[in-house]
Design a protein around this ligand. Structure first.
Ligand SMILES: Nc1ncnc2c1ncn2[C@@H]1O[C@H](COP(=O)(O)OP(=O)(O)OP(=O)(O)O)[C@@H](O)[C@H]1O
Ligand SMILES: [Mg+2]
Length: 268
């Protein structure tokens, strides 16, 4: 079954007398365990689309089916529930609570559930999610005690703790250096291998190469939607390590050479 289906989705923002048509009729169907990269120039409607997919915003026109259910027919409670159970979110800026440990940040979505979980179960689920992202040894660290990549891992653990079917990520590597980005993508690919459906906004073509389907938006419309064999981030990381080690050796070698070369004799 399709996980997400958008039919003729439009979103018009009205600010005073100004009207912006951010989405102008988007049709998109996403199946179980697909990994999509969503690309397009700034202002093309990517975040608007993600907000609608995440049920954080409603379309002005069109229909959105999530797990086969028409989102517009749900009341607030049903919507909150389907969102909490089906969707996980990751943002460029992490959005972690400061002065709050990694574990507590990850526990948070579970506190908003109506199912009764004991404190122990909540804590165990948070630990499990942090283990999946490789931070089982950082449970009690606050965001200021973590690197950028680690913060994004905590944010991913927070998205995973409710065991969602879909991960919506708006530029998850936007604030990270190349190597850390690759590590985050490697994690995302691993989650995708295990069946999680992933929609990821990115500006970087090098990052989009890791998705099996690339959707390009322009002026609020899908301009292209292509599938291809993705690169594996694990392979790129292995190559990257080798190359950077070679480069480091070379740089060090050069310096050693200059250091060991006797000074030029001037004027004899
Ligand atoms: N809350 C809002 N109120 C009014 N206009 C908005 C609002 N949010 C977005 N827009 C407008 O809608 C259009 C699409 O914005 P959106 O944020 O979806 O773009 P984007 O593709 O995510 O861009 P970026 O790559 O810069 O993040 C833009 O023209 C923007 O100015
Ligand atoms: Mg955006």
């Amino acid at each position: 079954m399709d996980v997400l289906e958008l039919k003729g989705i439009e979103r018009t923002y009205r600010t005073g007398a100004v009207e912006v048509k951010a989405l102008r009729g988007v049709d998109l169907t996403v199946g179980e365990a697909e990994f999509l990269a969503i690309m397009g120039p700034s202002g093309s409607g990517k975040s608007t689309l993600m907000n609608i997919l995440g049920c954080l915003d409603s379309p002005t026109a069109g229909q959105y089916l999530l797990n086969g259910q028409d989102v517009a027919t749900l009341n607030r409670g049903q919507l909150a529930r389907i969102r909490n159970e089906t969707l996980g979110f990751v943002f460029q800026a992490f959005h972690l609570l400061p002065r709050t440990t990694a574990s507590e940040n990850v526990e948070l979505p579970l506190l908003y559930r109506d199912e009764q979980l004991s404190w122990k179960e909540i804590r165990d689920r948070a630990r499990e999610a942090l283990g999946i992202v490789g931070l089982g040894d950082r449970l009690d660290h606050t965001p200021t005690e973590l690197s950028g990549g680690q913060k994004q891992r905590v944010a991913i653990a927070r998205a995973l703790v409710t065991k969602p079917r879909v991960l919506l990520a708006d530029e998850p590597t936007g604030n990270l250096d190349t190597r850390t980005s690759l590590e985050i993508i490697e994690l995302i690919q691993r989650l995708n291998d295990e069946g999680l459906t992933i929609l990821m906004v990115t500006h970087e073509p090098e990052i989009a190469r890791f998705a099996e389907r690339v959707v390009i938006l322009r002026d609020g419309l899908i301009r292209s939607d292509r599938r291809r064999t993705p690169l594996r981030a694990a392979d790129s990381l292995a190559d990257w390590s080798e190359e950077s080690e070679d480069a480091m050796d070379e740089a060090l070698g050069d310096r050693m050479e200059t250091e060991t070369t006797p000074p030029l004799e001037v004027g004899r």
